[in-house]
Design a protein around this ligand. Structure first.
Ligand SMILES: NC(=O)c1ccc[n+]([C@@H]2O[C@H](COP(=O)([O-])OP(=O)(O)OC[C@H]3O[C@@H](n4cnc5c(N)ncnc54)[C@H](OP(=O)(O)O)[C@@H]3O)[C@@H](O)[C@H]2O)c1
Length: 255
């Protein structure tokens, strides 16, 4: 059954796809809790959404890699439940694993995986009791292929996709929808036209919201990426690894 969400918490709402989630949800009349580190951007967005859509918007400035600040967001989810949790905040460093700072890559896991798990664990039990709610986890097409040049990021997104699919199966039939959104390359700093490679952030966010509302396990936005997914699954891994490595070497050489 389709669900319409009256309240939502969106992580990483200060820019990019997360900002689009917040705008679309507010336009649909949902009261929001928006979370990220850059408080000034969140405050500006909140003011705009309250004025334009007459919804309530609560700003929570928090670094989701910091256990204490993250704990406050978890507590907020337990104390005042929302109908939809959008785990969107994510980060990926670009470079060879051996050259990149290890602590920085461990922070990627802390944000992309640990925070997503902890917020989901704070929100899901209440949703199951109420037999209603949604969790939309932002993974990536990078989770379906080897990612030389962003090995840790790709691994975190593979985790998010696999974790979300398993949760979807666990809660199926209990009134709660869990969806993995797996975008390909998405323009986050401007809203230029989509093309064969690049998706628009508003289109990505809309596809994710429609998918979780409809109770789909997986959402791959964009016809080109939908078509690429089966190819990624049947292509021999040796061929896929070689192609991914060539792309990363070319990108590294052009920098
Ligand atoms: N753009 C793409 O091509 C693409 C493709 C596939 C998947 N994705 C995924 O889409 C999601 C959104 O990314 P985006 O492309 O929209 O990037 P973005 O514009 O950089 O947005 C990332 C958001 O996460 C927040 N964030 C980063 N570190 C945080 C932290 N430690 N604590 C709390 N919030 C934090 C940022 O806010 P603050 O800096 O204010 O904290 C920002 O709001 C990510 O999960 C990303 O992996 C993106």
């Amino acid at each position: 059954m389709r669900q319409a969400y009256r309240t939502a918490l969106v992580t990483g709402a200060s820019s990019g796809i997360g900002e689009s989630f917040a705008r679309l949800l507010a336009a649909r009349g949902a009261d929001l809790v928006i979370v990220a580190r850059r408080a000034a951007l969140l405050d500006g967005l909140a003011r705009e959404l309250v004025e334009r859509y007459r919804v309530a918007v609560e700003v929570v400035a928090a670094d989701l890699t910091d256990p204490a600040q993250r704990g406050e967001v978890e507590e907020r989810l337990r104390a005042e439940p929302v109908e939809l949790l959008v785990n969107n905040a994510g980060y990926g460093a670009f470079g060879a694993f051996a050259d990149l700072d290890l602590d920085d890559q461990l922070r990627e896991i802390e944000l992309n995986v640990t925070a997503l798990m902890r917020l989901t664990h704070a929100a899901l039990p209440g949703m199951l009791v109420r037999r209603r709610g949604g969790v939309l986890n932002v993974a990536s097409m990078a989770g379906f292929a080897p990612s030389p040049g962003s090995a840790t990021y790709g691994a975190t997104k593979a985790y998010v996709a696999a974790f979300s699919e398993s949760l979807h199966a666990e809660v199926a039939g209990r009134g709660v929808h869990v969806t993995a959104l797996c975008p390909g390359f998405t323009r986050t700093e401007d809203d230029g036209a989509a093309n064969l490679l690049w998706l628009r952030r508003a289109d990505v966010a809309r596809a994710g919201l429609d998918a979780v509302s409809a109770g789909r396990a997986l959402c791959v936005p964009g016809a080109q990426y939908k078509a690429a997914l089966p190819a990624l699954k049947i292509m021999p891994r040796t061929v896929l690894r070689a192609a991914a490595n060539r792309m990363w070497q070319q990108a590294a050489d052009s920098q």
